[in-house]
Design a protein around this ligand. Structure first.
Ligand code: G3H
Ligand code: ZN
Length: 283
């Protein structure tokens, strides 16, 4: 069933696991992630970046694909369609009006005061329609929506102030994670994570889930992280499968012959993450 992230994440935080947000790019991605969730009996969040939404034909098309698959595959686990790194109130509104059940407003590159003001506007619109809202403070490293940035840790007192001023449902405090592969081991701010979790009493979100060692995943979950975003790892797995197929076969022209293995590779990756995050059998 299509639901917001609110109850999913409250339950996850209370029971000590994290729900995965897996980004989708097309039909096969959506199929793979929904199949993985149903097989694992895991709640799941389908992340849709603005770029991916545009690529798939617009937010309305995304919603109809997801709704269609939920019906055809008889999906029974909770599924959220979530705008990933929404860049403005207007983009969040567009996603909500199209039927998204959750949005992230990422105003982290604005001043703190502007971040609060924009996030508040989104929460008012979203909550009236039972849509959950994620906000961000600090800066995730690597490429974030085409902007290559350095890492900036979130300030715990600002996190507390943002949560109190806006009534968001979950918070992504950037604490050293990076979008895309890590150069070496990540250096996550666990002390800040614990402090922010205590100060805000909200489920925390960990962006840049690709390449974080299991011990750091487990520690993050124990310190209040209830949602972990993974994108790059599925892209690498899917592209590897397609490349292997095409490198060995110069004759095939039916795209299903190589998109099928890519879909399987995504499904296998997602199942692995659900078990690692502890969300399997929690739906
Ligand atoms: O918002 C999406 C995530 O933070 C994905 O990060 O591509 O490094 O797994 P990743
Ligand atoms: Zn992210």
């Amino acid at each position: 069933a299509l639901v917001s992230m609110k109850d999913m994440l409250i339950k996850a935080k209370a029971e000590g696991y994290a729900v995965g947000q897996f980004n989708i790019n097309n039909l096969e991605w959506t199929q793979a992630i929904l199949q993985a969730a149903e097989e694992e009996k895991s709640p799941v969040i389908l992340g849709v970046s603005e770029g991916a939404g545009k690529y798939m034909g617009g937010f309305i098309t995304v919603v109809k694909i997801v709704e269609g698959l939920i019906e055809s595959y008889k999906i029974t686990v909770p599924v959220a369609i979530h705008l990933d790194h929404g860049s403005s109130f207007d983009k969040c509104k567009e996603a909500i009006d199209a039927g998204f059940t959750s949005v992230m407003i990422d105003a982290s590159h604005h001043s703190f005061e502007e971040n609060v003001a924009i996030t508040k506007e989104v929460v008012e619109y979203a909550h009236a329609k039972n849509v959950s809202v994620e906000a961000e403070l600090g800066t995730v490293g690597g490429e974030e929506d085409g902007v290559i940035g350095g890492i900036m840790y979130a300030n715990p007192q600002e996190c507390k102030a943002l949560v109190e001023a806006t009534a968001i449902d979950c918070l992504a405090p950037a604490l050293g994670s990076v979008h895309g592969p890590y150069k070496g081991e990540p250096n996550l701010g666990f002390a800040e994570m614990e402090e922010i979790s205590t100060l805000t009493d909200l489920p925390l979100v960990l962006h840049g889930g690709t390449g974080i060692p299991t011990k750091d995943i487990q520690r993050s979950i124990s310190l209040g992280t209830a949602k972990i975003n993974v994108n790059t790892e599925n892209q690498i797995a899917a592209t590897k499968a397609i490349r292997e197929f095409l490198d060995n076969d110069k004759k095939t022209y039916d795209p299903r012959k190589f998109l099928g293995p890519a879909r399987e590779a995504i499904k296998t990756t997602v199942i692995g993450k659900m078990r690692e995050f502890g969300s399997s059998q929690k739906a």
